[in-house]
Design a binder for this molecule. Structure first.
Ligand code: APR
Ligand code: ZN
Length: 259
């Protein structure tokens, strides 16, 4: 039996005996949808751009147009992207009542477009904007890519910014608390497509591990999660999730047939 098959069978065993399975995803789950990752390959974003020039509050203050040009470029890619079999597989596991929640670091919105219902977006959403004026609470969801950049707040005319978490910024405490609460309830976590190097997000799988839960990792290469993963599936996310969901459905049908 190949290592891959053994790891998929072990994964399905853990998933089917879990009481509270959650998923934790990173940019790698969207790679096969054509959305560039941040690390891990020559065309990853941080191999081509400097985060300190594009994804920090200081960068936005220094050159809001430049930051918006980069986000408009990413929006144009994400707008064309479609959820792949990994996003769809998680939505199916939720529909089967097996997966309880997706905690994602991604801002691309592909989990909700795939049909997942309970999603916690730790780093915000690229289609949401908020006013850069701290005393103004204007927020909005964009219907499309903004024509005029940088867009202005309709309430106070300050600049609008992407409602995403930049380097050096804290996560929304309410969102973080919800994610920690989910991890604290989980007895198994499916970690898909993350380098596991950005904190506090990368604590989520660790919380599950430290409470005796099982950590299953799907990645095309080793990551910061691999050293403590109970199962490491070295495969592209879409293939691995296709195989996992197919076997889970077979197990469920077999259970139904035997009752
Ligand atoms: N299937 C599975 N894993 C994949 C695939 C694939 N098809 N393609 C790439 N990967 C893996 C890479 O091996 C890498 O480990 O996905 C991971 C992507 O890592 P990152 O690009 O670092 O993305 P992520 O872990 O989500 O980054 C976390 O960093 O810059 C910040 O805010 C940004 O949310 C992001 C955070
Ligand atoms: Zn405003």
């Amino acid at each position: 039996m190949s290592t891959y098959v053994a790891s998929i069978l072990r994964t399905v065993e853990i998933i089917m005996s879990s009481k509270y399975l959650i998923a934790f995803t990173g940019a790698g789950i969207s790679a096969e949808s054509g959305v560039p990752t941040f690390r891990g390959s020559p065309d990853s974003l941080w191999s081509r751009f400097k985060p300190e020039e594009l994804a920090t509050p200081e960068a936005f203050l220094r050159n809001p147009r430049r930051v918006w040009e980069w986000y408009v470029w990413r929006m144009s890619i994400i707008k064309k992207a479609k959820p792949n079999d990994a996003h769809l597989g998680l939505a199916r596991l939720e529909e089967l009542g097996i997966l309880k929640c997706v905690v994602t670091q991604n801002v691309d919105g592909l989990h909700s477009r795939a049909g997942s219902k309970y999603i916690i977006e730790l780093h915000g959403n690229i289609w949401r904007v908020k006013c850069s004026n701290p005393s103004c609470n204007y927020k909005a969801i964009l219907e499309d890519i903004p024509k005029e950049i940088p867009p202005k707040c309709p309430y106070c005319s300050s600049l609008l910014r992407p409602d995403v978490v930049w380097f050096g910024e804290p996560l929304d405490p309410e969102i973080w608390d919800r994610a920690v609460n989910e991890a604290s309830k989980a007895d198994a976590i499916l970690v898909i497509g993350t380098s596991g190097v950005v904190y506090p997000a990368a604590y989520i799988p660790l919380i599950v591990k430290e409470r005796g839960g099982k950590v299953i990792e799907v990645n095309i290469s080793e990551s910061g999660i691999t050293p403590y993963a109970d199962v490491f599936i070295k495969e592209k996310a879409s293939k691995a999730l296709r195989d996992i969901v197919r076997l889970c459905e077979e197990r469920i049908n077999a259970r139904k047939a035997s009752t």
